[in-house]
Write a protein that binds this ligand. Sequence first.
Ligand code: 6R9
Length: 653
Amino acid sequence: MSNVAQADIYTAPEDFVAKAHIDAAGYASMYEASVADPAAYWAEQAQRVDWIKPFTKVKDASFELGNVSIKWFEDGTLNVAANCVDRHLEIRGDQTAIIWEPDSPDTPAKHITYRVLHENVCRMANVLKAQGVTKGDRVVLYLPMIPEAAYAMLACARLGAIHSIVFAGFSPDALADRINGCGAKVVITSDEAPRGGRKTALKSNTDQALNHCDDHVKCLVVKHTGGQTTWVAGRDIDLNAEMANAGTDCPAVEVGAEDPLFILYTSGSTGKPKGVVHTSGGYLVYAAMTHLYTFDYHDGDVFWCTADVGWVTGHSYIIYGPLANGATTVMFEGVPTYPDAGRFWEVCAKHKVNQFYTAPTAIRALMGKGAEWVEKHDLSSLRLLGSVGEPINPEAWNWYNEHVGKGRCPIVDTFWQTETGGHLITPLPGAIPQKPGSATKPFFGVTPVILDPNTAEVQSETKAEGVLCIKDSWPGQMRTLWGDHERFEEAYFTQYPGYYFTGDGCRRDDDGYYWITGRVDDVINVSGHRMGTAEVESALVAHARVAEAAVVGYPHDIKGQGIYAYVTLMNDTQPSEELRKELVKWVRSEIGPIASPDLIQWAPGLPKTRSGKIMRRILRKIAENDYAALGDTSTLADPSVVDDLIENRMNRA
Ligand code: 6R9
């Protein structure tokens, strides 16, 4: 049976629908119930989690400016690690919890059962405990995609400690900012991180970062590649040796539903990255539930989310959601194109993956290498495909559907954010027919509204376009920004008072389907990674030769958006190719490789209003190579700078 296509509407094959958790009628009635009486609905859904002390209050949330407060299940207590590990031991102790697939296909994969997972989580928790880590303490993880990353997350959860993962592609400076930002007691890292056959020296990066941190911060080091590291006595601890000596039992600490589970830094439109805080009860309920329904996960399935645990997708859909559901989850250390462009499909075939979840940027990159890389592998185990991180263009959707899904796997295009904890808008595969490029309909309990960007008026017609906000809270929602509740209110609740503002533009079609059109703020999406243009700008101006910089996104075939930087040099500095390279290197070292500018244009002047505000609209247009329609430039202090920028534009595609 294959997906049934009708004027670009795809319905899941009959046999898929017959087996699915939710069908069309089920979605309609459950969605209605979830928004009609959220407290009753979520009280019932929360039973999928084991509580130590049951909650009596379900929901207490206000989006009112000056008074924003979000609480779910607040008087209940639980332990997240016990929910993800211990409670499965009795019936599925010998089932594989995690399949670890290493960077190199020549290194054997590991199958970690729930029993072994329990043992290792306890060992690591005992090591952390011996370092004085207790409930509420912060632990930073800066690790490759190795089982120890999962052990460390769950060990923190077991102790009620708060983890904050820093993606291994971030620089020492970025790492130091995050360690200091959350006041971490311990950093967990490894000697090196292999990816695509290359190695990143994580321990040496951590050494550099720790030079800028409190002397009391301890460093636990996983020996992974065996690469050479320097050792600071009294600060550095051999994690493998300590774990080998640690006990395999460690009591799970009872925490409140609203105690923080993790902090994850993400880019915003202004200033430094923001420490998004997720708490324990609501987040876990939401991650588990979305994993089950969006991916139509069934007992015994093998689920693979290709994200890194350094991003929210890895938190919710490699670790917490799948493990709460007793799933088998694949954790992949490598990249899609190593050793060749068939790696994803080879791994799908090798581990008989049933649900496969990746980003459009990866699909586009692999599409460019040709379908023959897919055809080589037996993909008959696949039942469902997923997409996340950015809008998926119909060409990529169609290629994914035809070559990977062979026309028989529903595709779930899941729209959500670091802030939302789990999917907000997504097809439920047995219930909601898909349209390529549309995230379709809201998940249970999610109330999207489209507002006019200028008047902030709610667009009540079905067909509408504007900015996407959410009217009411859902359990997976972030609760605050670490140490800065004011900034939390400012960033998400001020522009459109009374609503949670996603930062995304959106349109709704005649069928009530949602189409995300991309960020409307100064956040760009590079290969599915969020980057604040302000962050790249402040890195550039920190260079001694740079006087001023303005950064915008421009369309990029593979990455979705590329980073385009306009740089004004100091008076005494001559532009050169060498300096261009140096600036790229500089940004990489200030933030990390993911922030590397793709194009740098020397700008003798930037288009500014008379009050000195940079007119980004104009810079975006020039970067898009769409300079014919620049609109009104008469308000510029010096309109002539625009001609120079157009003449020397870098993107002539
Ligand atoms: C999960 C994640 C969030 C931003 C978000 C939006 C974009 C994510 C999308 C999508 C269109 C989708 N985004 N999923 N846009 N369709 N299915 O990616 O979190 O890193 O915080 O990024 O990504 O712009 O606002 P995060």
